[in-house]
Design a protein around this ligand. Sequence first.
Ligand code: NAD
Length: 897
Amino acid sequence: MTPISSDTSVLSSTNKGPFKAPRGTQITCKGWQQEAALRMLMNNLDPEVAEKPDDLVVYGGTGKAARNWECFHAIVRSLKDLAADETLLVQSGKPVGVFRTHDYAPRVLLCNSNLVGHWANWEHFHELDRKGLIMYGQMTAGSWIYIGTQGILQGTFQTFAALADRHFGGSLKGKLVVTGGVGGMGGAQPLSVTLNDGVVLAIDVDRTRIQRRVDTRYCDTITENLDEALALCEAAKREGRALSVGLVGNCADVLPELVRRGVEVDVVTDQTSAHDPLNGYLPQGFSLDQGGELRQRDPQEYVRRSTASMVVHVNAMLAMQRAGAVAFDYGNNIRRFACDAGCADAFLIPGFVPEYIRPLFCTGAGPFRWVALSGDPRDIDRTDELALELFPDNEILTRWMRLSRGQFAFQGLPARICWLGYGDRARMGEAINHLVRKGEISAPVAIGRDHLDTGSVASPYRETEKMLDGSDAIADWPLLNFALNTASGASWVSFHHGGGVGMGYSLHAGQVTVADGSDNAAQRIRRVLNNDPGIGVARHADAGYELAQQTAREKGIRIPAADAMRRAQVKPLVLEAKETISLINGTQAMLAIGTLSLLQAETLVDTADVLGGLCCDALKGTDTAFDERIHKARPHAGQMKTAANLRRMLEGSQLRESHRDCGRVQDAYSLRCIPQVHGAVRDTFAHCRQVFETEANSAVDNPLVFITDARNGEGDVISGGNFHGEPLAFALDFLAIALSALAGISERRIERLVNPALSEGLPPFLAPGAGLNSGFMMPQVVAAALVSENKVFAHPASVDSITTSGNKEDYVSMGMTAATKLKRVVDNTRNVLAIEAMAVAQALDFLAPLKTSKRGQTAHSAIRSVCPTMEKDRVMYGDFARIAALIASGRLAEALR
Ligand code: NAD
């Protein structure tokens, strides 16, 4: 080991540059792997690239490339000395040792800002930072693969493209996006929106930051005047023209003002450096200088004021969301800080990863990037062509290339970013290496990625927010990623804490692998660029994402099932003779689907009772039809149960009392006969449960072996037909029919809620500001369409039979057809109930201050926890999806308990 920090000649060097990465093919290190690390470190600090190069700050508040200038020079020296079988260790931006390893090992291993869990907070970090013991590495700052704002541009472009697809038919044309922060990362927002044809108002307190985006053509114009900014945006919106306006101002002032003025905002997000309340976010009422002064004088007071401003800021975002804007958190942890400081609803704003990015992660796709170490833009041109040659069918890549090539200035070394998935990354990397070898690319290329990637992060408020299995905070995965990339031979590998969401909130790993045209590089690339996204696919497969499991199967990524089962505490089944047949037998599959569907259906009928009760109340229905005496006179079990549920749902309702003397004798069937209809559904479910339970505990094989004397093995082997699916087929058909009725009567209640002739004084279509909004007109159409589809699917499959097997199997059940369409009926019914839930919650909001019953209020709050009141028309897809998930989880039905 060579101790580096004791090298006084190095420690005395404090030259602050400015530095630029060397260009060309001459190197000063002992090999290209080391030279690449050196150039990328210097490139991170190139004034064209870094936000504050004098302070070694690259981006993201305080994300640095080296701890201090002495350390920077020590790293440079070490890299120049480093042999092809040695590895340099960097601890929080300081070189701390060189060890002999081997020529396939990484040349540099970096760990930044890591703290033991209990101490993993900003206070402790700042204390250590003041002592000069640690450095904030952000993600690609301390791991030397930041490529300027372009790095984030593609990811931001991709996010806005996904958002446009989801909410606005594929384009942001004529839409206004409001956002804050145009720093190193946030600066990508204006161009990303205009590349998607939208209009954006980007607010930043620091004029120089906006000016920089204008100078590099990421933002069209700058102003300090809100009226002027709005006039420009309005005009562009009207004319369907893409435009980005940078407004100098504090988000906590400007956003509430936009709400006050009723400016129609279509999308709202934020990329101020809120993850770091001390250094990254300016409180209201302070100039930059005044903020700096308070930060020095009283850091605690600064944080108190900045988080209080975040509350104001996020409350304004929530108001915009309620008014119909698509709101999302863009990975700066502003929700957490605002929530802790008193904004209880902050997490009603969804995170961008679960909303838009996770499906990409499931295929191993993420922000793959490469840098031409020659400094020659023609090398990037060649790689652009290569990508288009290799992936002509990748629509987003082709679109991105068309939009990005020549559109904006490179910052520092020419670079390109493209989201590529598992398999494609290795293909691209190997092809680049080949072109370097052939001389078609003039010098080696550094191939890396952001830490924000498929298998490299644990970050519960960003990359791993709302994982399917709840494994959001498990940090084994990024550690495994770090180790795997080291074992696979990346050129340098890093492990960081904090990153974009701040101390205590994320752990993540990065890698860079250099294509220098050699065989050694080809092998490193093949291993790293497959394994690195491969672990991402495995991570998502393990969490239960079907798309990731399918990717793993299709791409041959081996995921030992035994390990996964052990982790999930599932005991592996060891099959006995002939047991395999049960895995492929159609009757077993029918039973499995039937049982799962039945369990979901049972939750749906409970939920339907809850919603029936709410509707009855909102439509001023009478509860006399649920009188116990009526139902005792016709005592079907299901009917009795639903009637009891409805009584409970209406018990103590102010709404009910408000019209007790109205004299109405009886309501329409969809209210009055809920016990009879839901009850019959319940009785059908009970019958199916009995069939499935009998089946699940039966011997269905053929032949059957009957042992009369186990000791002597005496008995009979008898052939029969126990495997026949008929008993199940009928039950599956009954289930579909009963569920269709449940959805059908629900749709009738929705109709009553929206139809002004039937809704007892509710606004037509439950629309706020009648005449201006269409409210629930279209959701009722959707419900009607789903109910209609159910009626087709409810046609019994078991009435059919087609002979097979040379007429031996001459009467079959068609139960599998019944089972597969049953699944669709379950989903449709859940969606119809979700529409009813949102509509009735809206109706109850209109009827305030009169309240429904205690149980009704519990149900109403559960709906409101995932879906705000509709204050003007908005895209409701997300609302319905969230309510459907709420229903599936059983939380809405809990109001009965
Ligand atoms: P940065 O520090 O370079 O820029 C932040 C900007 O916010 C600065 O220009 C600052 O002047 C401005 N700002 C601070 N307080 C403000 C206020 N109250 N009102 C208006 N402007 C204010 O940071 P960056 O590199 O642009 O990153 C921004 C945030 O996004 C960070 O929290 C970062 O961690 C996060 N991030 C997200 C992603 C992602 O993929 N979504 C990626 C990287 C970073």
